[in-house]
Design a protein around this ligand. Structure first.
Ligand code: ADP
Ligand code: TRP
Length: 341
């Protein structure tokens, strides 16, 4: 860990969007947990107000928020090291959003990829440009900038699709600082997966994704997990035939959940011949069980006791609100509003 990394603050928001799968774990959750451990200060929050732009079912939003919290806790998020909270518990974020709105040109929102993609879709479908686009979606980058700036974050790990949002947050901080006073810290993004970042295949060989319904959920009963693993597509090579390990979905998944010696063993057995796909699937299943059995238990325990989750998130919110109030007070003062007491 470099001294520089140590001194910095890292922040990430996760939208509550349903049960995560192994691809999410390997591509997003595990790297974020690793990174959190490398920085002096780390913040991770559930972006429930962001989800509200799309969710219209109160029970679903409630459930999904608990689910995402339980998931991160089960996978090793340590709330004594990472400040873990609900966005909706930090009212200062929403006040900062209003202040930022006053210095943000409308044109910036018009250029947002997410908004433009929705407009393009409407055009393709021959509908009015702004059909079904609510103001929450339109001003999504404003709220996201407030999430980041309120915590004075240095680094925001994101996927490629989110890079523009961090650039916008920098722009907004710049507008504010130039208009009033140097108060807001300009954040930097850090791409979650480098150019060699792994994309995990799903059971049908395409990219694992909820939208293809080819995913292996992280938390499930052993029997159901085994059934899914047994459904993974393979070619029709017999056990004795040598196989190209890197072309096998089973092997690719195995590399992420087995230890290096086991991975080397499967590669060798594939390449030499003698390892059938059935055996390989059993090994993959065993490795998945070993990796996710305990997290599944923690996850189930937490989901059975949402009051415990609330307690942890509320404690996190209290901590996050300290810096949030500090930042908000400075910005209020800078624009000519009353400082917070
Ligand atoms: P999905 O495609 O299942 O809806 P999301 O788009 O919600 O998944 O992805 C959430 C996070 O998980 C993103 O950071 C993304 O990069 C990561 N992720 C999703 N699918 C994969 C995959 N198959 N391999 C690696 N990372 C993935
Ligand atoms: N927009 C992010 C996503 O869709 C979630 C998010 C909201 C976020 N606020 C954030 C991510 C602040 C990083 C920092 O995944």
């Amino acid at each position: 860990m470099s001294g520089e990394a140590k001194a910095k603050t890292i922040l990430t928001g996760v939208k509550p969007t349903g049960a995560p799968h192994i691809g999410n774990y390997v591509g997003a959750i595990r790297p974020a947990l690793r990174l959190a451990g490398e920085y002096a200060q780390s913040y991770l929050f559930i972006a429930d107000y962001h989800a509200l732009n799309a969710v219209r079912d109160a029970e679903a939003l409630r459930h999904d928020s608990y689910e995402v919290a339980a998931c991160w806790l089960a996978l090793g998020l340590d709330p004594s090291k990472t400040v873990f909270y609900r966005q909706s518990d930090i009212p200062e974020i929403f006040e900062l959003t209003t202040i930022l709105a006053a210095v943000t040109p409308k044109g910036l929102m018009d250029r947002s990829h997410a908004y433009k993609a929705s407009v393009d879709k409407n055009r393709e479908e021959g509908r009015d440009d702004d059909a079904d686009i609510n103001m929450g979606l339109y001003t999504y980058p404003l709220l996201m900038a407030a999430d980041i700036l309120i915590a004075q974050a240095d680094i925001v790990p994101v996927g490629k699709d989110q890079v523009q949002h961090i650039e916008f947050a920098r722009d907004m901080a710049g507008y504010f600082n130039n208009t009033f006073k140097q108060v807001l810290k300009l954040p930097e993004y850090k791409l979650e997966a480098g150019p060699h970042g792994a994309i995990l295949p799903g059971i049908d060989g395409r990219k694992m994704s909820k939208s293809y319904n080819n995913h292996i959920p992280l938390f499930m009963e052993s029997k159901a997990r085994r059934k899914l693993v047994m459904k993974i597509v393979t070619d029709s090579k017999t056990p004795d035939e040598p196989k190209n390990a890197d072309e096998s979905v089973i092997f690719q998944l195995y590399t992420h959940v087995a230890d290096p010696a086991e991975v080397a063993g499967m590669r060798e057995a594939f390449e030499k011949g003698g390892m059938g796909y059935g055996d390989a699937k059993q090994k993959l299943y065993d490795a998945l069980e070993k990796t996710f059995e305990q997290p599944t238990q923690i996850y189930n325990d937490l989901m059975a006791n949402p009051a415990r989750i609330d307690e942890m998130l509320e404690a996190g919110a209290q901590q996050a609100r300290k810096i949030a109030r500090e930042t908000l007070s400075m910005t209020r003062e800078a624009v000519g509003l009353k400082k917070l007491a």
